[in-house]
Design a protein around this ligand. Structure first.
Ligand SMILES: Nc1ncnc2c1ncn2[C@@H]1O[C@H](COP(=O)(O)OP(=O)(O)OP(=O)(O)O)[C@@H](O)[C@H]1O
Ligand SMILES: [Mg+2]
Length: 448
């Protein structure tokens, strides 16, 4: 898309000559003889840059500039002035002009000024983007958690981030596997090289192969062009192999070769290429079981699991719930422009009593919805979904489901042993602590 320029000057010949100059430079140029006409054009569509005379009929250049800036504070405006006075120049800059140029306008000079201004803007935009990316995903501040488990993990990640070791991340859905992977990449010296996430279960194997390794023209029907694979694109960076347990057997063998030889060979090619990759693999499945079942190659498992991180389920670190929940309230209140600031103690208690099968992602969703429903500063129990609010109905539900008392007791213990202390659990069941201990021992629920 060409860059759009608006030229405002009551002198028609100047407008025309500048129009020609900038069109030759590849710009799309519109002109206006006065501020009113210019404002009308401005309101219709965005301009990358506005060049405006300071002395215009009716509304003058400075007023025009102020009107523009009020609507679009980021708009770049360069003022043209015939007065070689410091005052007018300062006035224009103070009103928000990006720069000014003296009349008669020298073409080379104005071209240079316009280029400079646009380059600067592009750089600024890039910086903002980069900074946002950094804030979004790089640092550990985005990993919340006071539990020893999370603190330990952060320490481990700091230690291993900069090595080349492959990493295997295990954890239930929503526990933060991708978040931690990004932390690893962006805290390694590879941070300025690509981070390439690949979901091994999302694409059928034959397609995935050409995605990963690339292909040369004519390698298979439909391969009309040579295409670089993701593994080659990722050269020097980090590849995130999500859902690794779902990777097909033949691709596992190929991946093994990448790890051993640091080489890839595109489909249909006779030549291999060197790649420098760090692999982080993740799964929410029982990976040892997959190895036992023979669906995941043992040798691949060993190469990927040089460092293994276990992300605990949220219900195993309930102390993180209030902190995370509070964090999400602030986040979503900002995004949804709501007043919500805090969660009442009774609502926090409900959150802490719940099991969170979807882990942090589920908590995040629950809080987003609660913030949306909230009206004042506080998140109340009524803003939480039924399933969480009526946690206690477990008792009735269980009786409904004709569970034997024995099994019911067992389920009850499993469900509440984390959120309740032993005495309370025993009280709820109407038994002594010793009896509770004996039951747990019998059922293999005793903590080691
Ligand atoms: N400790 C944490 N602190 C802050 N946010 C977290 C934390 N853990 C997870 N999240 C957030 O929860 C969401 C789910 O995390 P992520 O996508 O990393 O999970 P996952 O383990 O990859 O899940 P899945 O197995 O379903 O792909 C993300 O929005 C992530 O930012
Ligand atoms: Mg994930």
């Amino acid at each position: 898309m060409p860059e759009r320029l608006l030229i405002v000057d009551d002198e028609a010949t100047l407008c025309e000559s500048l129009k020609r100059v900038f069109e030759r430079e590849g710009f799309e140029v519109l002109t206006a003889p006065d501020a009113e006409a210019a404002l009308a054009l401005f309101e219709e569509g965005a301009f990358d840059l506005i060049l405006s005379d300071i002395l215009l009929p009716a509304m003058d250049g400075i007023e025009f500039l102020q009107a523009v800036k009020k609507q679009a504070p980021e708009q770049i405006v360069i003022i043209m002035t015939a007065y070689a006075s410091i005052e007018t120049a300062v006035g224009a800059l103070r009103a928000g002009a990006h720069d000014y140029i003296l009349k008669p306008v020298i073409h080379d000079e104005i071209k240079r000024l316009v280029r400079l201004a646009l380059n600067e803007r592009a750089l600024r935009a890039e910086n903002i983007l980069l900074k946002k990316q950094i804030e979004d995903r790089f640092d550990f501040e985005h990993i919340r958690g006071r539990s020893p488990a999370i603190q330990d993990l952060i320490e481990q990640v700091k230690k291993i981030a900069d090595s080349r070791s492959n990493v295997l991340i295990l954890g239930e859905t929503g526990t933060g596997k991708e978040l931690f992977t990004r932390a690893i990449h962006f805290n390694s010296s590879r941070r300025n090289r690509p981070f390439v996430p690949i979901n091994c279960s999302a694409i059928p194997d034959n397609l995935l192969e050409s995605e990963l390794f690339g292909h040369v023209k004519g390698a298979f029907t439909g391969a009309t062009q040579t295409k670089r694979g993701l593994l080659e694109e990722a050269d020097g960076g980090t590849v995130f192999l999500d859902e690794i347990a779902d990777l097909g057997f033949s691709l596992q063998a190929k991946l093994l070769r990448v790890i051993d030889d640091h080489e890839i060979r595109p489909l249909g090619s006779t030549q291999s290429r060197k790649v420098d990759l760090r692999l982080v693999a993740a799964t929410n499945k029982d990976i040892r079981q997959a190895v036992k079942d023979g669906t995941l190659r043992e040798d691949l498992y060993y190469r990927l699991s040089v460092v293994t991180l276990h992300l605990p389920a949220l219900r195993e670190r309930k102390e993180d719930i209030p902190l995370l929940a509070q964090q999400f309230v602030i986040k979503y209140a900002q995004e949804l422009t709501k007043e919500a600031r805090e969660i009442t103690p009774s609502a926090v208690k409900l959150l802490a009593d719940y099991d969170w099968p979807g882990n942090v992602r589920e908590l995040q969703n629950v809080i987003e919805r609660a913030v949306l429903l909230s009206e004042g500063k506080s998140i109340l129990p009524e803003h939480l979904p039924d399933g969480i609010r009526k946690g206690e109905t477990f008792i009735l539900k269980a009786l409904d489901e004709t569970l034997s008392i024995e099994n019911y007791t067992k389920e009850f213990i499993k469900r509440y042993e984390i959120s309740m202390n032993e005495q309370r659990l025993a009280d709820m069941l109407g038994i002594t602590r010793k009896a509770l201990w004996e039951k747990r021992k019998r059922w293999g629920l005793v903590k080691k």
